[in-house]
Design a protein around this ligand. Sequence first.
Ligand code: ZN
Length: 445
Amino acid sequence: MDSHSRAARQAPPRTSGAAGGGEAVVAAGTDRRLVSAPSPTTSPVATPLPDGQQLSAAPGAPGAAHDVAVEVLRHGPLPRSQLARRLGLSAGSLTRLSKPLIASGLLVEAPPAADPETRRPTRPLDVPADRHRFVGVDLSADRAWGVLTDLRAQVLAREDAPLPDRSPAAVADATARLVTSLAGRAGGTGAVEEVGVTLDGYVDPSGVVRRALSLGWSTPVDLTATLTDRLGRRVVVGNGMHAFTQTEHWFGEGRATTSFAALAVGAGIGYGLVMHDAVVETPDTALHLLSHLPLDGSGPRCPVGHRGCASSLLTLPALEAAARLALGRPTTAEELLTRAAAGDPAAQVVVDDAARHLGTLVAAVASFTMVERILLTGDAAAVATVGRAALAEGVHAARDPEASAVDLVVRSDDSSVWGRGAAGMAVQAYVSGPEWLALEAAEAG
Ligand SMILES: [Zn+2]
């Protein structure tokens, strides 16, 4: 089985049928929302600023027209009245800013609809996301996981390939081949605007990989330069958890929030944070900072020697060690979760134990950061659904009774989750640069 540093890609246990009822769990497609009480929906309305000035949605963006385009990309189609309000613009300013964007084709007018506020007919503004292609590749310890997406990081195709070994040359070679193959489905690498590549490690601002835990790289590797040369396209390389958080913030579960946390429990524990509508990033964000948070003073020891830290209780190896003790034989985490979901009481005890500790961790994230929503993913994320009652106990035991309900969304891992994160990172790099506006203008001219 492939082992991913953040979330090994086992097939997630099929728990939807076995998870049972309970008002705390609301199934929504592949997601399962665990909400201890209805949570107020938060409207991401920007604070109105003097006309023509906004908080820039994308660092380095060339101005207000760009902010309009990004807002429509993230939230469109949007009626003009709503768009103007979100950006703190007057109707006149919005018309002035959007006119050249419509003329160039960057924005399009969607079919007429009734404005939900004024009830008058309006033509909402949208971005033709299907005109652009991106490739995202996430590198795990022994496989490259790729997707082809549009400008909204919608997955159009997926493909993966083994890494023959972990040397930088072999990894770059396998990545380039996978990108070329996926780009072939879009009409060749020339049809792809930008390529995103992620891994579990720290990539410095110049694109040099300083360390990559799952690949065993401890000396700098300029993967960005190697792949850019090889592919003849712009390539952005980054940390996988950061890219996943960025992509969910723009196009996924974090889209309607300005503060949001992502937790991944699998082979390790990944953590990403969005505050004030921007992803928090420091060199330490590549370090799995929550792995060693103490959760239970009587728990087992982690490889570093802490007793009862998050990694000693919640990762796949931790679940497997606990399962072996309880069931008396080697048991994979997948088997443990499947057995518990099928009603095996011994397996359920192990899962409930982990779920209670996961609840403590979720409560800590919610209380420290006060985010509006927490997204949980990774191969061990099913602990939250199979052990949902114990998870809720863990959350409640560690939260002030007066505190708001924790809006926790659980998403089963699948083979496209991390590649989509890499593609979303490439989308953000592309639209944050001047090329997006310039390209559309050139096409129109
Ligand atoms: Zn530890």
